[in-house]
Design a protein around this ligand. Structure first.
Ligand SMILES: C[S@@+](CC[C@H](N)C(=O)[O-])C[C@H]1O[C@@H](n2cnc3c(N)ncnc32)[C@H](O)[C@@H]1O
Length: 263
């Protein structure tokens, strides 16, 4: 993943996202790719911030439903309002396992989590659910007999094959007991749109990154919620998923969010 100089030789989606959020954990190669995306899609930083704000809202919702175990898949580089911080501010006993494919993001997470209880950060690829579910750190923090929230936030669009997408979500859904929640946000086309030159450009930039990107229609993502029940307001743009304040004419973020309970 790095050239002989020790710097990464490909942009990383984790670090590009960090750049959109205004973070400092990115390299020149990530910034260049992120700036290309922003040139085609100037609302990208707004979209990333809206997604992150959703994440900060959904954890208190899950806690209010009695959830105190969080498996955060594709957790990215730690930033303001990390899952374990929000969860532990509500229930100090809440346990969180962060799983991330980018080793730079995991190294940084482990550095800032050092010495903290009830939280771990591990390298993992969601395409290998069994490895993640059986990881010693996962097993030491998550009791799979008790409800778990599986967070797949702004991550599944990096699984470009549809069959693989559904297989992954099914595997995690099947591993958690009744009362658990599946949380998904996914980059989607505007309602009713099925192709868009801007999307093609953005996907072509990510095609040269560590992970490719596939923006989907809402209908293409909906099978991810098979066997679980979406809570209100359903699978909707992140900005209108239970906003803290009523939204008049909210601006579409492009990240669509759904929170579903397993009965
Ligand atoms: C856009 S970031 C989202 C970070 C965080 N979930 C959030 O919403 O703020 C997506 C993350 O998914 C990670 N990712 C992509 N493909 C992955 C895979 N196959 N397994 C694990 N993580 C992956 C990326 O490295 C990146 O950090």
């Amino acid at each position: 993943m790095s050239d002989n100089s020790g710097f990464p030789d490909k942009p990383s989606p984790a670090r590009m996202y960090d750049y959109y959020l205004g973070g400092k954990h990115n390299f020149e190669i990530d910034r260049q790719a992120a700036k290309q995306v922003i040139a085609f899609y100037p609302d990208m930083p707004y979209a990333a911030k809206s997604n992150r704000a959703f994440l900060r809202r959904v954890v208190p919702f899950l806690s209010s439903q009695g959830i105190n175990q969080f498996l955060d898949l594709g957790s990215g580089i730690p930033t303001e309002g990390n899952v374990h911080e929000v969860a532990q501010s509500i229930n100090p006993q809440a346990r969180t396992v962060y799983v991330e494919i980018d080793p730079v993001a995991v190294a940084y997470s482990q550095q800032i989590l050092e010495g903290q209880k009830n939280v771990a950060s591990v390298v993992g690829d969601v395409r290998e659910p069994d490895t993640i579910l059986n990881h010693s750190q996962t097993r030491s923090l998550i009791d799979f007999k008790q409800p778990v929230a599986v967070l797949m936030v702004a991550m599944l669009h990096f699984i470009t094959n549809d069959a693989e997408l559904y297989r992954i979500v099914r595997a995690f859904r099947d591993a958690v007991p009744s009362g658990s929640y599946i949380v998904i946000t996914h980059s989607c086309y505007f309602e009713g749109v099925k192709s868009d030159p801007t999307v093609d450009k953005v996907e072509s930039i990510y095609a040269k990154a560590m992970e490719g990107l596939k923006i989907r229609t809402r209908d293409e993502v909906m099978p991810c919620f098979e066997g679980v029940e979406l809570v209100e307001p359903g699978f909707v743009d992140t900005v209108i998923w239970r906003p803290e304040e009523p939204q008049n004419n909210p601006k579409w973020s492009g990240y669509v969010a759904g929170v579903a309970r397993k009965s």
